[in-house]
Design a protein around this ligand. Sequence first.
Ligand SMILES: [Zn+2]
Length: 284
Amino acid sequence: MLRGIEDSSHTVDRTSTLPVHRIGLLDVPGLTHGITSRTPDLPLYGNMSFMVGDAPDLVQTNREAWAGAIDYDPDLLVLGRQVHETTVFAVDESHAGSGAQSVETSIRRVDGLMTNVPGIPLGVMAADCVPLLIHDPAHGAVAAVHAGWRGTVDGIARIAVARMTDAYGTEPGDLTIGFGPSICASCYQVGSEVVDRWQHGPVSTTADPVRVTSDGLYFDLREANRGQLIAAGVHPDRIEISDVCTQCSNGAQFSRRGLGPRTGLFTSIIMLDDSSRIDQGRQS
Ligand SMILES: [Zn+2]
């Protein structure tokens, strides 16, 4: 068994009324997921990040409050040090809690985390970028992926699926994928470098996320990720995209564009429950 999980002293506050954002398609037995939000009910509006200059003890308070609301052990949370690249890291029992208490212990230089170990919550931070939560119910595996524009044009969504196939035998047609809140196509004005890298990058898809207007160029991050997932074999009706825009949602979410570079970050969490275990002999 996974040490630290079954004997954890963590208790869950089931009375929490914090506004956890959930994806309907991921609301299935054997899976825990939830997305934190920006709320005056918590210090720092519920910021989850140590990296934006906020008091660490208040961030830790928030991490415990959100863990209670979503129902996972905050001491086991795994986070990556996201760098807008395309590395997707395989998390096992030895990584449980990496990044839970400090930035220093997080998994370095990764923008995606995946695991087939029940009981380990994977988190991805965002504040305009697209957070992807991926579930393979057939093979008992999950992933949490950060897709900003660089990761998107470099194909991190497609890469995450391929990594799950290599590691867990995942077939794209089995996947269920939720996109958390992100900046919408109407808000995301970009420079020509984004369009250039999209058009000349490695992603092959029929999706056309670029819009040219008299105001300039706009890029649909959601469609660019959705398109590459469908091209990889994911069913269109197994992808659910939150329509909450981080920038134009009237402050319901953190937004770098809307609130400035020192704004907080929200976290999208996914975890296999112990009941989801299909490979009974693996940890004997
Ligand atoms: Zn918007």
